[in-house]
Design a binder for this molecule. Structure first.
Ligand code: PEP
Ligand code: MN
Length: 260
């Protein structure tokens, strides 16, 4: 890829507190609800995930919802709840930034900044995050080619931030049996092209709960450095993405099945 300059395939390890992501390091497990909904919900989730052995707690607080009438997230209040849960159970946290105006909040509270699928093409936001000293999880745009995704990562690197974790989350396909089409070939391709660690999100990648375990195992077999799965104390009552969220018990079984 001729316009690539910095991400040249040489292996990059990303440090998040005392976790090392990428290379021969242990695969990381990220879990948590699609959205932070209440202090009780995120605290209970963090407690269970910590007991299971999960590495990082996720939770959306600024939510990119298709409908403007759907739950938009608890914003700053939710971010503080997520931080509190992370501190209480000693888990690094990750949450999505959509708008540069919330960057200072993110820098203060989160350990990893997530750039969601809808913002992979937001070049001003990528340039800004190139200037920060925090790891960025860069999700694949829902219609992004490999080249576009590589160059989105290159934007971050070109502006000074090589602490990038890629996340394959499926692309729009022609079949609505699943929410997206999970592209596992992208795992070895992106590693080879960039050298960056890459994780897979089988929750958004399929949108179907029962597909999460087989696709998690396939992702790890394909060389993914970790996985990110949505987990909720009661998926039927989740304010977003309940259909693709596991219960604590289901997540624990998956964790054990993966030999963790
Ligand atoms: C998410 O992880 O909560 C999310 C909104 O994912 P994506 O950007 O992949 O749709
Ligand atoms: Mn979600």
């Amino acid at each position: 890829m001729k316009d690539k300059k910095i991400l040249n395939g040489q292996e990059i390890i990303v440090n998040v507190r005392n976790l090392k992501i990428g290379g021969n390091n242990p695969k990381i497990f990220i879990g948590g609800p699609c959205s932070v909904e209440s202090e009780k919900q995120i605290m209970t989730t963090a407690k269970h995930l910590k007991e299971i052995g999960v590495d990082i707690l996720r939770g959306g607080v600024f939510k990119p919802r298709t409908s403007p009438y759907a739950f938009q997230g608890l914003e700053e209040e939710g971010l503080k709840m997520l931080r509190k849960a992370g501190d209480e159970f000693d888990l690094p946290i990750i949450t999505e930034l959509m708008d540069e105006k919330n960057l200072d909040l993110m820098l203060e509270y989160t350990d990893i900044i997530q750039i969601g699928s809808r913002n992979m093409y937001n070049y001003p936001l990528l340039k800004t995050l190139g200037g920060v000293d925090k790891p960025v999880l860069l999700k694949r745009g829902m219609s992004a080619t490999i080249k576009e995704w590589v160059l989105a990562a290159e934007y971050l690197a070109a502006h000074g931030n090589k602490n990038i974790i890629l996340c394959e989350r499926g692309v729009r396909g022609f079949d609505n049996y699943t929410r997206n089409m999970l592209d596992l070939a992208a795992v070895p391709i992106m590693k080879r092209e960039t050298g960056l660690p890459i994780i897979v999100d089988p929750s958004h990648g399929t949108g179907v709960k029962w597909l999460i375990p087989p696709m998690t195992k396939s992702s790890l077999a394909a060389g993914a450095d970790g996985i990110m799965v949505e987990v909720h104390p009661n998926p039927c009552e989740a304010l977003s993405d309940g259909d693709q969220s596991l219960t604590f018990e289901e997540y624990e079984n998956l964790y054990k099945e993966c030999g963790k």
